[in-house]
Each structure stands twice: as C-alpha cells, then as structure tokens.
Design a protein around this ligand. Structure first.
Ligand code: PRT
Ligand code: MG
Length: 211
C-alpha cells in the first residue's frame, strides 16, 4: 500500500487534477467527506488528509510514502528524511516581507536597527534577515499575519502573497521577496528504496502529468 499525504485547501484543489492525470482518482468527494483516509481508483494507493504544515512530517517518518507540500512548509520543516524529486509548479505564490503603507522600511532596516517581525515562517524569516544583517525580534503567529502591523504587534510580517488582494485590503504593501513558492512532490527516503517497484511507476506518471 502506498499512502500519499495531502492537505485540504488550495494544495488539494490543484493536486487532484494532477493525480487524476496520473491515474489516481479519489473514491469520494473530498470537499464533502470528513474521512482522513481515502481510497483511490488506483489499486494499492490511498490518500491521507493532514494539515499543510504536517505533510513533511508524515512523509519524514514514513507514515505516508509520498506527499504534496508547499516549498514554504518544506523550508520550515528542514526536509530531513524526504526526497524532493519533482516541482509540481502548482499552488504558486511568493514569500514576502510586508509593512503598513507609509512605513519607512528602508529606514527601519538600516544598520544596527531592530525590527519586529510577525510570521508563521520563523526559519525563512530568520535566514532572510540574518543574510541582510538586520536584527529581528521574531513573533510566531499561526494565521492572520496581516493584523500584526495594524495592531502594533509588529513592524513587518513575512507571509505568502499570490494576488496581493489580502495585503491591499488591509493597507499593507510588500517590500521584499524572500522566495518563490510552489508545491513539491516529496517521497520518504526509506520507502523509495524499499517500495521502489510500487513508487516508481506512480512517480513517472506524476512527472508526465506535471509537464
Ligand atoms: O488555512 P489553514 O490554516 O488551514 O492551513 P494553511 O494556511 O497551512 O493551508 P492553505 O491550504 O491555506 O495553504 C497551503 C499551501 O498553499 C501553502 O503552504 C502554500 O504553499 C500554498 N499557497 C499558495 C498559499 C497561497 N498561495 C496563499 N496565497 N497559502 C496561503 N496563501 C494565503 C496567504 O497566507 C495570505 O493570507 O493567502 C493570502 C494571500 O493571498 P492573496 O491572493 O490575497 O495575495
Ligand atoms: Mg490558509
């Protein structure tokens, strides 16, 4: 049995057509179902539904053999124990620094200054500001990052941006790009060796579907 870990929401919406092209069709409507383990049309392949942040963890420990995870989530996780053989080029967006409109970011990050940054992406934010030589106090949030600069919790946020509508609606502007984000297929390293005969055809089909 091969398990593929997926998260509901935009990753799922864009993954299902890809999986379908690879011959993996969920046996029930995932939007309506509350089940967390879903059979598929492909013999020996099932889907398991987890939080987006948890996909790399399930695959790292082999609780799922394969997974589809945003590169943002993989960067936070660190990627240990998983291969990342394929950029699926779905769920694309950018990880950005944003501030309140009118906030003088250039002045705020001048040499020796300290910046308060709220984010769910501690790793990426830490590395970004360290590379710039900017001292930051990082504040971990789990969602609605846009609120932080509006309420005085932080000077800046690090968050994902796709259309830019959320920033605009909240009077924020993006001032720096940290990374281009897309969803990756990930594979448990041990499973890839031990279940190669089952995994390889699925991988090949996904490579063709993602082209
Ligand atoms: O929502 P929940 O808290 O349950 O889980 P999640 O936020 O971890 O999952 P989900 O489904 O929202 O996102 C899963 C993955 O989708 C992320 O890890 C990214 O790899 C990818 N992705 C692509 C995005 C976006 N685009 C995106 N725009 N994830 C989130 N957003 C959010 C962003 O955080 C911001 O709040 O959408 C808002 C901005 O969108 P625009 O279009 O207004 O710019
Ligand atoms: Mg979300």
């Amino acid at each position: 049995m091969i398990s593929i870990a997926l998260s509901k929401g935009r990753i799922l919406d864009e993954s299902l057509p890809l999986l379908e092209s690879a011959g993996v069709v969920a046996s029930e409507n995932l939007d309506a179902s509350r089940k967390l383990i879903i059979a598929t049309s492909r013999a020996g392949v099932r889907l398991i539904i987890v939080r987006a942040t948890d996909v790399p963890t399930y695959v790292q420990y082999g609780a799922a053999d394969l997974g589809i995870a945003g590169s943002d989530m993989l960067a936070e996780h660190g990627g240990s124990g998983v291969y990342q053989p394929l950029d699926l080029r779905i769920a694309r967006c950018r990880l950005m620094v944003a501030v309140r409109k009118g906030f003088d970011y250039a002045q705020a990050v001048r040499q020796g200054a300290r910046l308060r940054v709220a984010t769910k992406y501690l790793q990426a934010a830490r590395e970004h500001f360290a590379a710039k030589g900017v001292h930051v106090d990082l504040i971990k949030l789990y969602g609605s990052m846009e609120l932080a600069p509006l309420t005085g919790l932080a000077d800046a946020i690090v968050d994902l941006v796709s259309t830019g509508n959320t920033l605009r609606a909240n009077g924020l502007v993006a001032v720096e790009e940290i990374a281009q984000i897309s969803a990756r297929l990930i594979v448990n390293q041990a499973a890839y060796k031990l279940k190669r005969a089952e995994i390889q055809p699925l991988l090949d089909a996904l490579v063709r579907a993602a082209r």
